[in-house]
Write a protein that binds this ligand. Structure first.
Ligand SMILES: [Zn+2]
Length: 326
């Protein structure tokens, strides 16, 4: 007989097992090792315990990059890809005016890009935790709510909501999606980007500080199947899905592996994100992921386009009606 594992935060199952241990080699905010577990029933990978009381420590000031705009080749390629992704989604959003919400949107860079791409853009709103990012976002003409999305109650609804590499940073992703569902205008779209545990690099580097763990800042890690079920539980359906490149995870993983073999040196003074090989390796891995994705390769980032599930709405309506008539 095996002892029950920790309770899975997604499906509540108790068959979870230790999956990996990792350290923060990207920013060296702490020397501590963190434990990740996996649920065999829903395949969620999760950190335990959640370092929720250590946010100021594990998100260093350097985490939010404020410098002048990055004009490197890699940055410009990424901007063009972001623009293409936004244009694609915006084409599906109905209405003469579109309110856009970026959760975890920092200084509002994505919103500024969307405002240039889409003449229908009306209100642009950031919800994020950082005060300095708020000043920059407001200076760019965006509204800024400093706080959690669960506590954000706007009078407007949003036709496009961005949730780009945010959902994996929170302890209760179901609560975040439920909050977004309440903010979504009729016909609106939620664009989610999140790491993929069913990826080649996750498998190769599971026990070697896989970059996708972004340890200890990623708390809940998904694959296509369990994220789709999570969305359904919040009354959202996946309209479109695609993989996209996860080059920074490859680079972080490979540098950690090389450091483990004594071939490169990582330290608090030279963490992964400031290592001179970082900007060299990242475009190479991006190219690798681009080439293999159409051939059936599974890179470590996923895009989901979510819409309100009308069937869920009907069910809610029905249960409301039956409550009223009871
Ligand atoms: Zn589970």
């Amino acid at each position: 007989m095996t002892a029950p594992g920790l309770r899975c935060p997604l499906c509540r199952g108790t068959r979870t097992r230790p999956w990996a241990r990792a350290r923060d080699l990207e920013y060296f905010t702490t020397e501590d090792e963190f434990a990740y577990h996996r649920c065999p029933d829903c395949r969620l990978v999760f950190i335990d315990p959640v370092p929720a009381d250590r946010l100021a420590e594990i998100y260093p000031a350097s985490y939010y990059s404020y410098g002048p705009p990055d004009r490197s080749f890699a940055a410009r390629v990424k901007q063009r890809l972001d623009a293409a992704a936004f244009r694609h989604v915006l084409a599906r959003v109905p209405g003469a005016a579109v309110n856009v919400l970026d959760v975890g949107g920092g200084d509002g860079a994505h919103l500024s890009m969307i405002r240039e791409l889409e003449p229908r853009t009306a209100l642009t709103q950031v919800v994020d935790l950082d005060e300095r990012a708020g000043r920059l976002a407001r200076a760019r003409g965006h509204r800024y709510h400093q706080g959690r999305i669960e506590d954000f109650a706007p009078p407007e609804l949003f036709g496009l909501i961005l949730l780009v590499n945010l959902i994996e940073h929170v302890a209760d992703p179901a609560a975040v999606l439920a909050a977004l569902r309440r903010c979504l205008a009729p016909g609106g779209v939620i664009l989610v980007k999140t790491p993929n545990t069913a990826s080649l690099d996750a498998r190769l580097f599971r026990h070697r500080n896989w970059g996708g763990l972004h340890c200890p800042r990623h708390w809940r890690l998904f694959d296509r199947g369990n994220f789709t079920r999570l969305a359904a539980s919040a009354g959202l359906r996946v309209d479109r899905f695609r993989h996209t490149q996860g080059a920074p995870f490859w680079t972080a993983s490979v540098l950690a592996w090389l450091a483990g073999r004594g071939l490169v040196r990582l330290s608090a003074a030279r963490p992964v994100v400031r290592h001179p090989l970082y900007p060299v390796l990242t475009p190479l891995f991006a190219a690798f992921d681009f080439i293999r994705t159409p051939l059936g390769g599974r890179p470590s980032q996923m895009f989901f386009e979510l819409a309100a599930d009308d069937r869920a709405e009907e069910l809610t309506g029905q249960s409301l009606r039956s409550t009223r008539h009871a």
